[in-house]
Design a protein around this ligand. Sequence first.
Ligand SMILES: [Zn+2]
Ligand SMILES: [Zn+2]
Length: 368
Amino acid sequence: MTTITAAVVREPGGDFEFTQLELAPPQAHEVRVRLIAVGICHADVLSRDQVYPIALPAVLGHEGAGIVEAVGADVSNLQVGDHVVLGFNYCRQCRQCRLGFPGNCERTAEFNFSGTRPDGSTSLLENGSAVSSWYFGQSSFATHTNVSEHAAVRVPDHLPLSVLAPLGCGVMTGAGSVLNVLRPPAGSSIAVLGAGAVGMSALLAARLTGCTTIIAIDIVESRLELALELGATHAVNAAKSDPVSAVKAITGGRGVEHAVDAAGSPRLFRQMLDMLSIRGHGVLVGAPLPGDEISLDLNPSLGAGHRISFVLEGDGHPQEFIPDLVKLFEAKLLPLERLVTQYPFADLNKAVADALSGKSVKPVLVFP
Ligand SMILES: [Zn+2]
Ligand SMILES: [Zn+2]
């Protein structure tokens, strides 16, 4: 057993509470990672609030990055000292995993949200009682965690883990929606609804693919300013003007050929549909709440040949896609450092508040 410091959620919506826990040694196919940094993603807040339920007490956190400190007996692809970014977990055996889409693993719930390993065992104990672990396969709001070797992606040692950490969820989700799903041709148009870390990553990817009309939509002025600095050609403040009319005006009445809903509310999803051009393709990547529904007049969307995709975790394979994104970062084509605001691990609750208010785009906690 290793004594670690973790941020524990004990009641729905309660603060993260720092406490000492016992971490079991890594199992045969696991590695123990000493966390250097961890991003905060919206799902952490939704699980804290039990909108996405997980048994409490629980350790959340799913954008960890750190250094391998111990390896299980059967680990073959990682060594002590390796720098790794942690992604979600997946079974590797089901049809979707075998087809290369682990984000849609048939056993996602067991491997990421059950609060235990898929076999029901736990690696975290507090005074002998189990604490939910393996959140997204990692539970990285902690100084150390055990993860499946398949959820850890090796990255070059010389790159800053505090900038790479959000690759494991938010950046992969946003960039993947564009690079893997929309694949916009150079010279085409795109709108991004919600300029948080996911939306901003989609925007950076759109710029990489050569989109020439890139419209950022948000209600926080500072985020829109950053979007313009990062390559958006237009910014629309949805608190001040109707985003559908604004997008139509910018595109000469046609609408956009591609759109990303990075927010995931029924109202914005409907706006995304309404701003698509003929043969426009929209993707939902933001996290809706259980029970969210929309009403829709199907006839015009059929007439226009609209396409809609629902995309989890960017629709790539983390072991290939994260290294590709790292190469783009290294080549200075994906300036992730512009999205990140660093906080000490101890300031987790403040960092969450800043993210919810829109003050920061991607808070990343760094460990002492
Ligand atoms: Zn699977
Ligand atoms: Zn996430």
